[in-house]
Design a protein around this ligand. Sequence first.
Ligand code: GLU
Length: 284
Amino acid sequence: MIVTRFAPSPTGRLHIGHAASAIRAHDVAREAGGRFLLRIEDIDGTRSRAEFIAAIEADLRWLGLTWDGPVLRQSTRLDAYAQALDRLRGMGLLYPCFCTRAEIAASLSAPHGGPDGPVYPGTCRHLSAAEASARIAEPHCWRIDMAAAVARTGPLRWHDASAGDIPADPLAHGDVVLARKDAPASYHLAVTIDDAWQSVSDIVRGHDLFAATHVHRLLQALLGLPTPRYHHHPLLTDANGKRLAKRDGAPTLAALRDSGLDGAALAERLRTGRLPDGIATASA
Ligand code: GLU
């Protein structure tokens, strides 16, 4: 059974890039007689807003998309994330990190860039157990000791429909955060657990999340979860080749709807690559 999902974070209104991604995920499932799921990634309590959740559903319906079963909200799944964190902690792979953003920035004399920005220099990995437990009442996140995790899993691979067979390279990300100071799980942990829990067979999402898949593949191996097939698609850009982003004023689906545009017609254009004026497909 082919199962796909669209998994937006309700931190703003959807734009045309989200629409293109949701349509692809929807169509991959529908063409195979499979299931298409909607999951709301709302673990970031400081940025997620209920009004955006309602808007996401309205926008998808306007495009003519339907989803199967109830909408899953990640905020209802905190016990599952806590259990996974306990398992990883039990394997000796997690450590508490007390560093502030400013401290991390200051300690990176020559910032070592990873696929998703600067790589954490590992400061708190070197704390003794006694030092860490003496500070545990201070605000902290939990990081994975990536070198230890990779030593445990050995080499891993994953498959992308366009890029082919990929050797996983989670080490390039360094000791990523799995539980945040302000949220009980990070994106990496929650997405990996929920894709497995919902039996998602094919992950259709933008190329901006290609590199994150290395981390997800590692977590699957550590937690004994299956590895889905991946379909990372090119992002949509503006006329200058800049990725569409709400903060840069990309037109929201709500604005397009209010301007009288027909949602089903827009979806058809996106399917056939007839992009609206001023919108292009990124080359990578
Ligand atoms: N929630 C993520 C986002 O809105 C996407 C998750 C995913 O497709 O893996 O960027």
